[in-house]
Structures are given as structure tokens and as C-alpha cells.
Design a protein around this ligand. Structure first.
Ligand code: M6R
Length: 607
């Protein structure tokens, strides 16, 4: 969730650093800082938004071609300027920016203090600058390597030193770092979004690697100075894609572009005539997949909810046992895994700590590992045997929207891919493929109702509590609707399977407790109607998400949002869109910063 940027080259470093930090700020942060080497090292830090840093920088004229910057999301030590990065050594010679957690920092700090080092912050990071100082004998990368051999924990870090001033030294262990170069110099960042305006060719560091970046290029080696050959990855993301495109918020832009992002997820992957899905990333492991007799799908937050939908899709149409697992819980259970168990990690960022933890646990126990990832080159994609990219484009808003619908689309493609390997009929395959091909157009029809949904949000925004209910494929969508409302509008919302109502939640219902019922015309429609009647009997207001052409629901619910008819397994992709829009307009009506909800970060890279 913290962000790193570093630059060395012909340009003035400061604007490069600020632009990079701005592009990384979507991850969530509470303070920021930069250091630039010119005639001297100039370091400026500020608490709060980047504007506060820029305001402070206004009175400085920092010139120099080498610098690093950081946006911090506090873990160790409060939100203060002292704790903001960069962190210096005792003499103001060495400066470090760091993402991750140094687990043995207390012991290291005690030892360093005994040797006379004085600390200026409460952070775990500051031990790094002092440790590096201890080992520094004129060559920065040598000192970094020696220091890191004593460190336990996780890091993505970049270091610069006044006494070795032509380079950035970067190192990675479980916290992403990416490098790029152009004719103006060398760059390093924790997020490719910070570098897209400089180059679309990027080199991702792996765990245990150390990079020395100069104006003319970079060299990568390991902690013991054994050289590594690295290949650049070409990213498709343009600068424009990472901008708001005329919308007031990234979240709205990302909701409204779902017709297109879904099309991108489907592009080139449907073979309608043969009723099949083409997933190039899985072809090399096609035979291995044939032997899989159990599938675990895991992720966190919205990605976990996508896994729950996947469980319904794959069990119904592929016929293998599937379990959706919350990654944070899975990693600490004693999961039973056989050689023929496949573990599928779902993650927009591909960097979520718990998802990675669960993936590594499953791998360690012998699972065959797969990934569904949006961020090209992210750790999940590199640590799995095979996988499928979402191709949904960068998701900047903290609330996951287009990544979620894309995850559902990829899970539907996977269902088709595996289903046709395992006895799904040609006719069923063709029906699913054809209907998947229609989804972008059906999504567009729902998005056209955005203004009406804004009016509904206006009508309901003063209520403080909401219940979301659904069944079967749309039970997870009840969870997702409630999660969206919570994170964007700080309003209490609970998602339940409608069958659970009579076992407790119905006690909450009165005229001040509205329910959002997801009730498409599917195999559990009648049961949903009974649940809605029970709520109405207790005077609870009901907003229904129903299928176009339903003539009954208008007489039962207070308000109805209609979605087009589709196959039951694809209804979650459509049903979630009104709920995303409702949460967005609700949060806006309450006056909140919907792109950066309080206490949340886009990418949760610590446990
Ligand atoms: O990057 P990931 O998909 O692994 O992120 C997982 C969750 O942190 C994420 O979906 C989170 O729940 C979102 N804020 C939900 O909108």
C-alpha cells in the first residue's frame, strides 16, 4: 500500500518523483516524502495528502538528477513527519524508502543503538539506513547486500548515498519493484503505473534480487552478487488508461467502462461455434489440468467473493468439487491437499499478502497452482504454474468494480474451458459461449440506467442500515453489494443468503431497515419472493434487482432496478452493476472521497 519511486538521470528528479507518487497515491497513504541530491541532499516530508508535500516543496528549489520519493501507509509508528520516508542514517548520507515490514527491527535497532547510532523515528524502516551505514565502505550496493543478509521480513526498498551518488540501489523480498529506462535516465517504482509515462517496457525484480540503476541502465544480481539476466515485459497500459477520462471519480469511470473491460477480458477467447474457450495461459498445462480432481479458489475481499461465484459455476458445469476459501483463513489452517488438487488464486493486484500466503502454503503442500490476475507481471502471476490475465486495465479506485466483473467473466471462461474437457455437451458449450459474447452489450444496457440509480441513492442515502440478500449464484453478490456500500459510504450493510433470514437477520427488519434483494428470474426466484414477502410483512422497505419482463415484482418491492435476462450462471455479472452504482452515488451523496475511502488501501501487501 505504500508507494516508492526513484530516478537517476539528466532531468531534474523532483517533478519525476512527484508525478510518480501521484500515480501511486491510489493505493492509499497517509504521509509522503522525497529526497533529492543536488549540491546537497534536500529532504522534505509532509503528513496528509500529496498537496501538503507540494506546498512545502514550493518554498524549496530542489534541483538535482538523483532522488527517491515515498507515500507511506503507517504500520510501525504513528502518522508523523518523522516516521514518513525517506529515512536517513546518522550522518544524512544514506536515504532509504521502503515498503514491507522488517520483523526483527527491534533487535537490530537495539544493537545499532548500542554501537552509537541515533534514531529519529519509530519505524522499522529506519534500521535499514543505519545498518547500511554500518556496512558502507564507499560502494552502496555492497553495503545494501550485507545489511539485507541480517534482515528478516519483507521489503521493496530503494537506497541512495551521497558518497556514491550516481546510482539507485533497489532490492526486493515479497514487495514489488519494477525498473525502466529511457534516454533521460533510469527509474524504479513499486507500481508500474508510476512509470508508464516514461516507458512501457518494464523489468520486474524477483525476490532476493538487488538492482543497481544508473543514468545509462541497470544491473541485477542476488544478495551474494551473482548476476541475473532480466527480460523486459511490455505493458499494454497507456497513461490515458490510468487517468479519469472525464469522470468525477475513478470509481465511476471504472464502473462505466465495464462493457469495454469485459469485452477486453473476452477478446480472442471465445470460440462460439465449437462452444469452447481459448485460454492461452492454460494451454501449456492442459494435460495436467485433466488430472485435477479438486479445485480450491482463494482470494481476499472482492476477489474472495468472485471465488464464491466461481464455486457455483464450476461445480454446476464442470462437475469437480470446488471450495472457495478466504486466503487469510486458509493459510493458517492445516489444509489437506493432494497432488491432484489445484489451487487458483484470484487477485486484481496480484500482490495481496494473504492471497500470496495462501498460494505459497498450497504450493508447499504440493498443489498445482493457477492464478487469475489483472496486474501484468505481478507476484501471483509469477508464482503460479499457469493462469489467466483479466486484461481489465488498471483499476485505480480502491473499491474493486471492473476487476470484479472481469474476474467473474474469466471464471465463466474457465468453466467453459474445463467443462468442455470434462464432458460438457457441445450445445451447452455453445449456449454459454454465445451468451458470454452478449454480456458487454447487456452490461451497457444496465449502465444506461445510471441516472435512475443515482435518484434511488438520493432517496435512500439517509438510512443507516441495509440488508442485502440473494440466493445461489447471487448470494455472493449480496455480500459484494454490502461490501461496496460499507467501504464507499461507511454505512452499515450486511450481506446474507436469503435462506438465512429466518435464522436471525429478520429480527433487524423494520421500516427503517431497507433490504436490497437480488431476485433475477432464475431457479430460486420463487424462494426469493417468499423471503421478500416476509420482509414486507415487517414493513421493511425493499429495493429489488429483477429481470426485465418481470411483471410481478413491481407490486411487491418499493423500487425495482431491472437487468436483462441471461443464463443463470451469468446473472451475477449483471446483478452487481446496479449495486456498484448504488454504492457509488450513495457515497457521493454523503460527501465522501469514494476513490480513497478512509482506512483502506488499494493493495493490501501486509497481513
Ligand atoms: O488486489 P486484490 O484483488 O488481491 O485485492 C483483494 C481485496 O483487498 C480487494 O478486493 C478489496 O476487498 C477491495 N477494496 C474491495 O472493493
Amino acid at each position: 500500500m505504500c508507494g516508492i519511486i526513484g530516478y537517476v538521470g539528466k532531468e531534474n528528479a523532483l517533478p519525476v518523483l512527484i508525478e510518480g507518487l501521484r500515480r501511486e497515491s491510489y493505493r492509499g497513504y497517509d504521509s509522503s516524502g522525497v529526497v533529492v541530491f543536488g549540491k546537497d541532499a534536500q529532504i522534505v516530508k509532509a503528513v496528509g495528502k500529496l498537496e501538503a508535500l507540494e506546498e512545502k516543496l514550493g518554498s524549496f528549489r530542489i534541483q538535482g538528477g538523483l532522488g527517491v520519493g515515498h507515500v507511506r501507509w503507517a504500520t510501525h509508528g504513528g502518522v508523523t513527519e518523522e516516521n514518513a520516508h525517506p529515512h536517513a542514517d546518522c550522518n544524512g548520507n544514506i536515504f532509504v524508502v521502503h515498503n514491507g515490514i522488517i520483523e526483527n527491527y527491534r533487535i537490530l535497532r537495539e544493537k545499532l543503538e548500542k554501537r552509537g547510532h541515533t534514531f529519529a523515528s519509530q519505524t522499522d524502516t529506519e534500521v535499514l539506513s543505519h545498518l547500511i551505514e554500518d556496512f558502507f565502505e564507499g560502494n552502496l550496493e555492497d553495503a545494501v547486500r550485507k545489511a539485507l543478509q541480517l534482515v528478516r521480513g519483507t521489503y521493496g526498498l530503494v537506497v541512495i548515498a551521497k558518497q556514491d551518488p550516481e546510482k539507485l540501489v533497489a532490492a526486493r523480498l515479497s514487495s514489488p519493484l519494477v525498473l525502466a529506462t529511457n534516454t533521460e535516465g533510469g527509474y524504479v517504482a513499486s507500481d508500474p503505473a508510476a512509470l508508464v509515462s516514461h516507458s512501457n517496457k518494464m523489468v520486474f525484480l524477483e525476490d532476493g534480487e538487488v538492482a543497481v540503476i544508473t543514468e545509462h541502465g541497470f544491473q541485477v544480481s542476488d544478495l551474494f552478487n551473482v548476476s541475473k539476466v532480466k527480460e523486459a515485459v511490455e505493458l499494454e497500459w497507456s497513461v490515458e488508461e490510468a487517468q479519469k477520462g472525464g469522470y468525477e471519480h475513478f470509481m465511476l469511470k471504472e464502473i462505466m467502462e465495464q462493457s469495454e473491460s469485459i469485452l477486453n477480458s473476452l477478446r480472442g477467447r471465445l470460440v462460439e461455434k465449437e462452444g469452447k474457450a481459448k485460454l492461452g495461459g492454460l494451454d501449456p498445462v492442459k494435460d495436467r489440468l485433466q488430472n485435477v480432481d479438486r479445485l480450491i479458489i482463494s482470494g481476499m475481499g472482492t476477489a474472495y467473493i468472485a471465488a464464491l461465484v466461481g464455486e457455483y459455476m464450476l461445480e454446476e458445469h464442470v462437475g469437480i468439487p470446488v471450495e472457495a476459501e478466504n486466503a487469510a483463513e486458509f493459510r493458517y489452517r492445516k489444509p489437506i491437499i493432494s497432488d491432484n488438487t489445484a489451487f487458483l488464486a484470484i487477485s486484481q493486484s496480484g500482490e495481496t499478502a494473504d492471497t500470496l500466503g495462501a498460494l505459497r502454503e498450497a504450493k508447499e503442500k504440493g498443489a498445482f497452482t493457477l492464478g487469475i490476475v489483472n496486474a501484468v507481471g505481478a507476484t501471483v502471476s509469477r508464482e503460479t504454474a499457469a493462469g489467466v490475465y483479466n486484461h481489465a486495465g488498471p483499476e485505480i479506485g480502491v473499491a474493486s468494480t471492473k476487476a470484479f466483473t472481469s474476474q467473474l467473466v474469466v471464471l465463466a471462461l474457465l468453466t467453459l474451458y474445463l467443462g468442455r474437457q470434462r464432458g460438457m455437451s457441445l450445445v451447452t458449450g455453445q449456449r454459454i459461449a454465445k451468451e458470454l459474447g452478449r454480456i458487454p452489450e447487456l452490461v451497457r444496457r444496465i449502465l444506461d440506467q445510471a441516472d435512475r440509480i443515482a435518484v434511488l441513492a438520493e432517496k435512500y442515502w439517509k438510512y443507516s442500515n441495509f440488508l442485502y440478500i440473494g440466493r445461489k449464484y447471487n448470494y455472493p453478490i449480496a455480500l459484494e453489494g454490502a461490501l461496496k456500500l460499507k467501504e464507499i459510504s461507511y454505512t452499515h450493510a450486511e450481506g446474507y443468503g436469503a435462506g438465512e433470514m429466518k435464522h436471525g437477520p429478520i429480527a433487524l427488519i423494520d421500516e427503517n431497515f431497507p433490504t436490497i434483494a437480488i431476485v433475477p428470474s432464475d431457479s430460486v426466484y420463487e424462494k426469493m419472493i417468499s423471503n421478500i414477502q416476509e420482509i414486507k410483512t415487517r414493513k421493511g422497505p425493499v429495493i429489488a434487482i429483477a429481470t426485465e419482463g418481470n411483471t410481478e415484482i413491481g407490486d411487491i418491492a418499493d423500487d425495482v432496478i431491472y437487468i436483462p435476462k441471461t443464463l443463470e450462471m451469468l446473472t451475477p455479472i449483471l446483478a452487481v452493476i446496479p449495486l456498484q452504482l448504488f454504492a457509488y452515488f450513495f457515497g457521493v451523496a454523503k460527501g465522501y472521497d469514494v476513490d480513497k475511502p478512509r482506512n483502506l488501501a488499494k493493495s493490501v501487501t501486509v497481513e
